[in-house]
Design a protein around this ligand. Structure first.
Ligand code: BG6
Ligand code: MG
Length: 222
């Protein structure tokens, strides 16, 4: 019987921080003299902070010096952290604690696999750190999703073969990263957007204990 591990993305899977990223990027865009819409913010899901700023400046047709670029990265993060500061457990998305608790009771190893450099403080704010056997975040990787690096490090830290890992993701780049690591990918959100995932659910309220059990037994045989 193979050991099975679960890997959770953070933003958009455990908590809805996309709205705070959006407000902070929109403030910067407005300060630079252009609009930034919610639709454009979709492009930022799962994407590193540096890449987000590059896309934002493309949208605003702004050329930055290295110094300006670095300053704006810091400014955006300072604004974002002001929102994070106010977060608490009420911001955990529905039924995430039930799924974490179910896996914990069965002694299944759990990792975080996030592009965010703020992942640990967010987990601390919402009081979920104790569920995670490993936290792999934007500080631990050199290559951003869709590269599988973040998930491969997580699998290695858990001592689980990549093919026996199951990943929850809300971003296309994250699903692609899980797939290229040969992991089982579960898309959380719009199934039309996340159509490359092995399974799709709107949110965790649709993920039953019996589905988790079936995943466990299937992946134990891999
Ligand atoms: C991802 C988010 O989880 O983290 C992206 O989906 C974000 O929108 C990225 O840009 C990096 O986050 P941070 O917190 O390091 O700026
Ligand atoms: Mg995400």
């Amino acid at each position: 019987m193979k050991k099975v591990g679960f890997i959770f993305d953070l933003d958009g899977v455990i908590v809805d921080t996309a709205k705070y990223h959006y407000l902070a990027w929109r403030k910067l865009a407005n300060e630079l003299g252009f609009e930034f819409s919610k639709e454009q913010n979709e492009l930022f899901k799962g994407v590193s902070r540096k890449r987000c700023l590059e896309i934002l400046l493309d949208i605003g047709k702004i050329k930055a010096t290295q110094e300006q670029f670095d300053t704006w990265m810091i400014d955006k993060n300072v604004d974002y952290l002001a929102y994070i500061e106010k977060m608490d457990a009420k911001e955990i998305l529905p039924d995430v604690p039930r799924v974490l608790e179910y896996l914990k009771k069965k002694n299944i190893p759990i990792a975080l696999g996030s592009a965010s450099k703020n992942a640990r403080p967010i987990l601390e704010k919402v009081n979920l750190v104790s569920y995670f056997d490993s936290i792999v975040d934007g500080n631990s990787v050199t290559k951003a999703k869709p590269d599988p690096e973040v998930f491969l490090i997580a699998a290695n830290n858990l001592g689980v073969n990549a093919s026996s890992c199951i990943v929850f993701e809300d971003a296309v780049a994250g699903i692609q990263a899980a797939n290229s690591a040969k992991m089982t990918s579960i898309g959380i959100g719009d199934s039309n957007i996340l159509d490359e995932a092995s399974y799709n659910f709107k949110d965790f309220t649709e993920i039953s204990d019996s589905f988790l059990e079936s995943l466990l037994s299937k992946n134990r045989k891999k």
